[in-house]
Design a protein around this ligand. Sequence first.
Ligand code: LLP
Length: 424
Amino acid sequence: MNPFPYINNELYCEDVPVSRLAVEFGTPLWIYSKNFLLHQLRQIQTAFADVDPVLCYSVKANSNLSILKTMAEAGSSFDVVSGGELYRVKAAGADTTKVVFAGVGKTDDEIRFALESKILMFDVESEGELDAISAIAGEMGVVAPVALRLNPDIDAKTHSKTTTGKKGNKFGMDIERFQELAAKVLHDPNLKLTGIHMHLGSPILTTDPYAAAGRKAIDVVQGLRAAGHEINWINLGGGFGISYRQDEGLPASAYAEVIVPAVKEAGCRLALEPGRFICGNSGILVGKVVYTKQEGGKTFVIQDAAMNDLVRPAMYDSFHRIWPVKPSVAMPENLEGEISGCDKVDIVGPVCESGDTFAKDRYFPEVQRGDLVAIFSAGAYGTAMSSNYNSRPRGCEVLVDGGKVTVIRRRESYADLIRHELLD
Ligand code: LLP
């Protein structure tokens, strides 16, 4: 399914012309395809159906309430990493009893909130955290379900800022500490060890790291059971890659092929925490060309979306496909090489940093002031990482379902920018 097709040389989201939405709601504008979100979730549900998984959509990827509600209604649960994310899950009307809670710095208040919300389990990342959960559960008179997060020392070959499963990363614990803490849980009446957790990095475009993690999980689960633990869960985190460039993303079934047999062999239930795979290619960011200029031997296309909206290119040098909404040249499959009928340009935003650049030396059709451009694969870690830098109000978000359009976050105003500030 292509949620953003060009029809008669004009970009659509499902059945709605993107230009119509830009006129009605202004730019920068985030447009999400509801049916593609559901399609991606279903792809994972189907691929892993054999082991009846609990799919915990990773809220950090896109935490808009309507997206959470869409996920909950389609049978997804949630992975949260803060009290704020848990609050959002509740506000979306979702059940919290299948929620998993990861993160290296859970505060006492967040732990209490999660215990009150009767979550499925904490992914515990250190001894200090284990002690805090035990103490708070004891005060509350409840038993806290915990999974220990193993750092499996597997190199998933992601960007250095998003790798998590290698020795020396801040996440999880190595196998020796893991075993020490597991023994400690056994004698703690406030805690119950129910599973193991690993998250290898993001995005991962091969299945090998998951195959290695699956093998490790079998060993660890067998060891824990031999030591007297009743282990029911293997949580392999998120990280499934998507196509940012062409079609480099794998189908969910490829990951399932290596994960499902391991989970079966271990005799466990599976939890997964996919974020990007579900929402990444469900969303685009639409900007409008403010100016073009030629300087220093280069052509710059300056449009009104910026690094405060989508920080990924500035932060990770990420590649995003970008193309006009009504192009004079049809969008080719490959946007990385020379494209006939196009000139080499830098596509930038208005923020006062050279890093506010979405594409450098990219072949791009000629555009004029007022033309719309679409930045693709912006649904994950777009709005979720956006800011008001340069005092730029955040854009509007709309959800498209066939021909139906719903505003799911209104555009911020100047008044919103100063709402929480006080004059002394
Ligand atoms: N579970 C855990 C424990 C995680 O740390 C993450 C992502 C996920 C699940 C979801 O990963 P996903 O399925 O979305 O790949 N801002 C970066 C990505 C950071 C990922 C952080 N952790 C980006 O824009 O590429």
